[in-house]
Design a protein around this ligand. Structure first.
Ligand SMILES: Nc1nc2c(ncn2[C@@H]2O[C@H](COP(=O)(O)OP(=O)(O)OP(=O)(O)O)[C@@H](O)[C@H]2O)c(=O)[nH]1
Ligand SMILES: [Mg+2]
Length: 299
């Protein structure tokens, strides 16, 4: 079958936007699988993460990206912005994700980056469940349409699953005619080890709240069969000696809670029982150090 002539469409659709607008929640909801971690804290996502959706006449490779942000002084923040910008430039289409009734300097920064990329774009207005009276959206949508020549503007709620099919279809229709880029049924470009490390980082971030600012990385150091169980050892890297006791908590209570939550999530991901051991390690200023970032897989 000649896929191009059959009207089959396939390509990369990057979800871009400032931190915390719900890009990762949206990726997971669009694909129907938890691929990217989600927390209430901005700057959660650090990597480009592909989630693949097979439709009868299209395959969409959604690309989750780090939130584009200003004040990127640390090497980690620069790397995150670079990752997002590159993902945007490499995509066939981008979806600018924004929050209803809000337009911040970082939205402006993202739109400018998107416009510079010259790629076709649409806008997804996420979190519409927060707007009680939907007519209030109308002037916001009109303003968005004036800001850029979007192919479409689609209001959605990733959390409630509202209007997602409309967004999938709108994106699919904008992709180039092409045979599928990935084998049918493939879900992501990310390894199991990566997903394990990310789940641990998610639980840790949720547990720490605001106490340790951003300087946490997780590295899976060992995965081994041990009898019936899978043993997973992971290192939690902090970038200040003083953060170590904060992560461990009084009598190790916090680390234990993180371990329990992460183990449950990992059990679910792998569909089997896992014995998880977490170690807290210090690498001073890793988030400012390009070499350490590469070693920890951030770039
Ligand atoms: N009410 C509501 N909250 C949402 C929705 N989508 C996401 N959220 C919440 O918004 C917060 C941020 O979500 P994320 O998906 O991590 O946002 P992100 O854009 O990926 O953030 P970064 O990775 O930091 O750039 C979380 O608390 C989500 O639960 C939505 O549709 N409605
Ligand atoms: Mg994210």
């Amino acid at each position: 079958m000649n896929a191009a002539r059959s009207g089959f469409r396939s390509g990369f659709a990057a979800l871009v936007g400032r931190p915390n607008v719900g890009k990762s929640t949206l990726l997971n909801a669009l694909v129907g699988e938890k691929l990217s971690i989600v927390t209430p804290r901005p700057q959660t996502t650090r990597h480009r993460i592909v989630g693949i959706l097979d439709l009868p006449q299209a395959q969409i490779a959604f690309v989750d990206t780090p939130g584009l942000h200003s004040e990127a002084r640390r090497a980690l923040n620069k790397a995150m912005n670079r990752t997002a910008t590159t993902a945007l430039a490499d995509a066939d289409l981008s979806a600018l994700v924004v929050e209803p009734l809000k337009w911040t300097p970082e939205d402006e920064l993202t739109l400018a980056t998107l416009a510079r990329s010259g790629r076709p774009a649409l806008a997804a207005v996420n979190k519409i469940d927060r707007v009680r009276r939907r007519v209030r959206l109308l002037p916001y949508l009109a303003e968005l349409a004036r800001r850029h020549d979007f192919r479409a503007i689609v209001p959605v709620s990733a959390l409630r699953g509202e209007n997602l099919e409309e967004l999938r279809q709108t994106i699919a229709a904008q992709l180039p005619e092409s045979p599928p880029l990935y084998p049918r049924g493939e879900l992501t470009d990310r390894s199991e080890g990566f997903r394990l490390a990310e789940l641990i980082r998610e639980k840790l971030t949720l547990e720490l709240n605001q106490e340790v600012p951003y300087g946490i990385a997780v590295e899976v150091e060992r995965v081994a069969e041990e009898g019936e169980q899978l043993a997973v050892d992971a290192a939690i890297w902090v970038d200040r000696q003083g953060h170590k006791p904060i992560v461990i908590g009084a009598h190790g209570a916090r680390l234990k809670r993180v371990g329990r939550a992460a183990r449950l999530a990992v059990n679910e991901l792998l569909g089997r029982r896992v014995h998880l051991t977490l170690w807290v390690k210090v690498r001073e200023n890793w988030a400012d150090n390009a070499h350490a970032l590469r070693q920890l897989g951030v770039e």
